[in-house]
Design a protein around this ligand. Sequence first.
Ligand code: AMP
Ligand code: MG
Length: 320
Amino acid sequence: MSETIVGNDLQQAIHLLDNGECVAIPTETVYGLAANALNEEAVLKIFEIKNRPHFDPLIVHTHSINEIEKYVEAIPDWALQLMNKFSPGPITYLLQKKNNIPDLVTSGLNTVAIRIPEHILTLELLRNLSFPLAAPSANPFGYISPTTAFHVKDQLDSKIKYILDGGDCNIGVESTIIGLENNLPTIFRVGGIAVEEIENVIGKVQIRIESSSNPHSPGMLLSHYAPRKPLLFDKVEENLKLNSDKRTGIISFFKKYDAVENENQIQLSPNQNLHEVAKNLFAAMRKLDAANVEIILAEKFPEIGLGRAINDRLKRAAKK
Ligand code: AMP
Ligand code: MG
């Protein structure tokens, strides 16, 4: 295939998607690699391009609650309350699927992961399609998710025809995934909507993000979202001493470290804002992965609000 085109031509994206092709799309979380969720052949292309194992189910994207109703058996009360508050937004619901969603999308599960992304261009795109879009992150399986059109092009060039460029992703980490376990609302992936915000709406929820052996939620795999270089999470001062013989890059909240050259350290938010950290996190990991360093050290962030999702991604990036 020839070089991938990057642009903001909705008609071009619609045309390709109508014809069963994959298109990279912007969302508020990360860029997605999208295809017609109702067309198995189109969905198969997503798995092939990403090199994604078939046991890893995809998230389905639509533009409204009315649309969601077409693909799920029912929207339970807890989900409706959350949708009214946070959708469009970075939260994905696991709901009983209808038969129109192919098994390939859900890896054979009887639930479908579905959400309404908060991005003007992509909402406009979805309103102009007669089908929802299945879209995992637009990167090779296991690598850091893309938060700019350039990140997508960098890794998927010539593998797809078109990248719809909607600018930098506003949230910068993947959506929070919530479903039921033993009939209780349960968070399976921490993400762009904080646990505290969810609990403010529906009360206490369970959190099940540590299970490493559950192949049904590989976003939960211990090693994921990872740079190619070794990344050491937390205990930066200690790790600096232990690795004083290595060229080192550092990802920090706001602090500067004297032991490392300025160009190899990234302060994610000098004014200590976790939204800014989330927004800049994946780009920083990519930058240091490409820099002249041998290892990357990353601080642990406060475990509140978006800090949980940020630490979760760094922890998985650190596992090999
Ligand atoms: P992403 O790679 O951001 O598209 O996220 C997809 C992730 O959503 C998967 O790796 C799973 O962890 C989760 N997921 C999708 N569908 C389901 C489902 N039906 N049940 C449980 N988890 C799901
Ligand atoms: Mg992904």
